[in-house]
Design a protein around this ligand. Sequence first.
Ligand code: URA
Length: 261
Amino acid sequence: MPLIRLDKFISERTEFSRSEIKNLVGRKRVTVDGQVVKNSDLKINPDTAKVFVDDNEIRSERFRYILLNKPAGYVCSTSDNDGANVMELIPENLRTKNMFPAGRLDKDSLGALLITDDGDLAHRMLSPKRHVSKIYIVKLDRPFKIEYINLFKNGLKLASGEVCLPAEVRGSELSEKLAFIQIFEGKYHQVKRMFSAVGNHVEVLMRISLGNLILPEKLAFGECMELLHKDVENLFLTPDFDDFCRNFTGNFSAKLINNGS
Ligand code: URA
């Protein structure tokens, strides 16, 4: 195993930036194999070194977090038996053997999907108790109606009788058939069933944020990027929905109007 710099080792596994690590080292808060470290560029063996910041061990195990802009036509699965699956879109240099999609988007849905080998994080993110925010932009079959706002806010009843948690919805200024929706749970086909409960129909659906992790516009459909450990904590923050809709630029919306192409 090649040696790597201590500051790289710590920054890939914690929320500390390299400059913060330099500062911690300066304050003698970092030890390697029981010795106080003097330089943050010290080379260490990532498999064997015992690294501590104060009393906290920084384990060598490193999870990977990939944000994929899912295109239509791929299932969220790790099995080859389900047809084309999202794992095929992850380049080999980013893929690890235990990776899986943390959460689901339908085969025809687009947008932000987290792929990771960190089972604890996926569990935390998907736990119904966590109420992680998810924002979607949808292209509807019929114009958005202002009355949806209160219907969705008050906990919509689906055709199955299930009642949804309060959700936010806004029409887009770009088109009367585009809308943003923020939900805090993940029922099967939830967004499609919510719009169907108010007599509309989702033609195209794209997830544009998971918590406060926002899909970058530069990421084309089918492309992915590796996230840093500190980005991942954004999953558990909730963006203000009105600010989000106001600041959201038109690029993805335009793609959606063209049916995700
Ligand atoms: N809601 C849906 O209906 N489909 C998705 O893919 C995600 C949320």
